[in-house]
Unconditional design. Structure first.
Length: 218
């Protein structure tokens, strides 16, 4: 296990505006003697999951270039971290080679650990990823894509309450709020406002996730 007194610590994050859209990656590596390596770069168009993978690859690549032997990497993408650690299958073909690149880079670092942290604890990497694409990664909400469970449920003759129960069963929502799984799979979008946050749900991704969980038909 990495000793954070002698090893390095890193954080990564990726952003897309909209999703898919213009992508930015952010990374930060800190060494035991005060060393600091920052990564902030625009990487063209694609999805936020691809951006998350690209950010992790950039961090690991920087670690290899710097000859780092011990490294703990933190990120807020449950999807990327669980896929890299072999806990989740990779359903998107575009992510397979990216995961393979991550594993190859990890093999070049003698002692490396990748761990999940909540988004609130990943502020510096988040800011670097958003800086790369010019500010807030969420951007304006396209209401043709993002809406309410009630509106989505109409196509399936379900009320908002009935949709909500299915979302809870699929672990996409808990306590009336989207879970990290819902955010990572792009079923939910959380946007800050002057009073807190607004939550929007994806018109196609949410039904697809519920169908995959055998909780929605049609």
């Amino acid at each position: 296990m990495t000793d954070e007194q002698t090893g390095w610590t890193a954080w990564f994050d990726g952003a897309a505006n909209p999703n898919p859209g213009s992508r930015g990656i952010g990374g930060l590596l800190k060494g035991p003697r005060g060393e600091r390596i920052e990564i902030s770069s625009a990487i063209g168009s694609g999805t936020s999951n691809e951006a998350e993978y690209a950010a992790l690859i950039a961090v690991l690549d920087a670690a290899c270039e710097a000859g780092i032997q011990e490294l703990t990497v933190y990120g807020d993408s449950q999807l990327v971290i669980k896929q890299v650690n072999g806990e989740w299958l990779i359903n998107s073909k575009s992510l397979v080679p990216m995961c393979q690149t991550v594993l190859a880079l990890m093999a070049d670092i003698p002692n490396v650990i990748i761990r999940w942290i909540p988004r609130a604890e990943n502020g510096e990497a988040d800011a670097l990823s958003k800086k790369a694409i010019g500010g807030d990664a969420e951007g304006p909400v396209d209401r043709k894509i993002w809406t309410t469970p009630t509106e989505i449920g109409k196509a399936y003759r379900l009320s908002g309450i009935a949709m909500g129960k299915r979302m809870d069963s699929a672990k996409l929502r808990a306590g009336g709020k989207p879970t990290q799984l819902a955010i990572d799979t792009h079923c939910a979008l959380v946007v800050a406002n002057h009073f807190g946050h607004d939550v929007f749900w994806h018109r196609t991704n949410l039904p697809a996730a519920l169908k995959a969980a055998q909780l929605l038909w049609g």
